[in-house]
Design a protein around this ligand. Structure first.
Ligand SMILES: [Zn+2]
Length: 315
């Protein structure tokens, strides 16, 4: 990746967002890897609820005997009783999944794809936003799975998004209104589980299959709306080759806590490299909007057509 930096000489100078725009404009980057987190969908004021999980916990406690947020969204809890999961899901389903917008940020990724310079998108989101912006299944690693499909925990029968929509619409998920509805397989009547990764699960196969080769080739890493707080997803950020620019765009700073050293993602390290550009002052779509304005891409991005979740096909 040295040739990229050679074209952006003056090694003492820290890169800025204009340098990143120049690299994009001049065709200096050809294998962009993007990491997406909940911030690309979420208005900033909703972040705390999403990130902390405390809001979710309050929904199910004390009706269910669950000790903490991780247990609440764990595979073990789901196996024992799937209802707390659906109580939580019902809280965000309409707003974040069924009617979730395909944002300017998703469409920007599609433009990079159309230009042939997007290697892969790794997303922690489960709402198919990247796919709905037109990215092919092979281009997107849905590291935490997807709500687009579900499966029976006994006979493995696949259930589509229509099934989940119907279930969420017809079921009772309010613990104050009597028994919460249990999901039932259309074939055998057993419990049905959306294909999302819960605490205690491995991330999706694609994550492990692609990450090493992708990060070896990556010549620009763009981190969008992810706080880099959960391993192994966040570890992608430290897998770039030496000297590869890393652009961090979020409305909040990357996570920082004592445990971060455990997986080598100290926030200071993220901020320290000369080739790191960190923009956390604005909404993510504003920053991406600025980049597109500089590159004169705004019209093209806006023209990207959205797809419906029901029209997406898996490869
Ligand atoms: Zn079944």
């Amino acid at each position: 990746m040295g040739e990229i930096l050679a074209k952006n000489q003056d090694q003492s100078k820290k890169l800025n967002i204009v340098d990143i725009c120049r690299m994009l404009r001049d065709g200096q980057v050809k294998n962009i890897v993007a990491m997406c987190g909940p911030g690309i969908n979420t208005p900033p004021e909703m972040d705390d609820f999403e990130y902390s999980g405390e809001g979710f916990y309050g929904l199910v406690e004390p009706e269910y005997d669950i000790e903490n947020v991780e247990d609440l969204l764990s595979a073990a809890t789901f196996d024992e009783d799937p209802r707390p999961f659906f109580v939580v899901l019902s809280e965000i389903f309409d707003r974040r999944v069924r009617k979730a917008d395909v944002t300017f940020v998703h469409k920007f990724l599609r433009i990079l794809d159309k230009m042939g310079i997007l290697k892969r998108v790794y997303t922690s989101n489960v709402d198919s936003g990247e796919r709905r912006a037109g990215l092919k299944p092979s281009r997107v690693v849905e590291a935490y799975g997807t709500l687009r499909t579900s499966h029976c925990t006994k006979c493995n029968k696949k259930h589509d998004f229509q099934w989940l929509k119907r279930f969420m619409r017809k079921g009772n998920f309010d613990t104050d209104k009597g028994d919460v509805t249990k999901p039932k397989c259309k074939k055998c009547g057993s419990s049905v589980r959306p294909d999302v990764v819960l605490f205690g699960d491995r991330l999706s196969d694609g994550f492990y299959r692609h990450r090493e080769a992708d990060m070896r080739k990556c010549d620009l890493l763009i981190m969008l709306g992810t706080r880099l707080c959960t391993a192994p997803f966040c570890e992608l950020a430290k897998m770039t080759e030496r000297g590869v620019p890393r652009l961090y765009v979020n409305n909040v700073e990357a996570a920082y806590d004592a445990d971060a050293d455990e997986y080598g993602l100290h926030r200071k390290q993220i901020l320290q490299r000369r080739t790191d550009v960190v923009v956390t002052k604005y909404r993510i779509d504003y920053t991406v909007g600025d980049v597109c304005a500089i590159l004169k891409w705004t019209k093209r991005v806006r023209k990207v057509k959205e797809k419906d979740v029901d029209d997406l096909e898996d490869e």
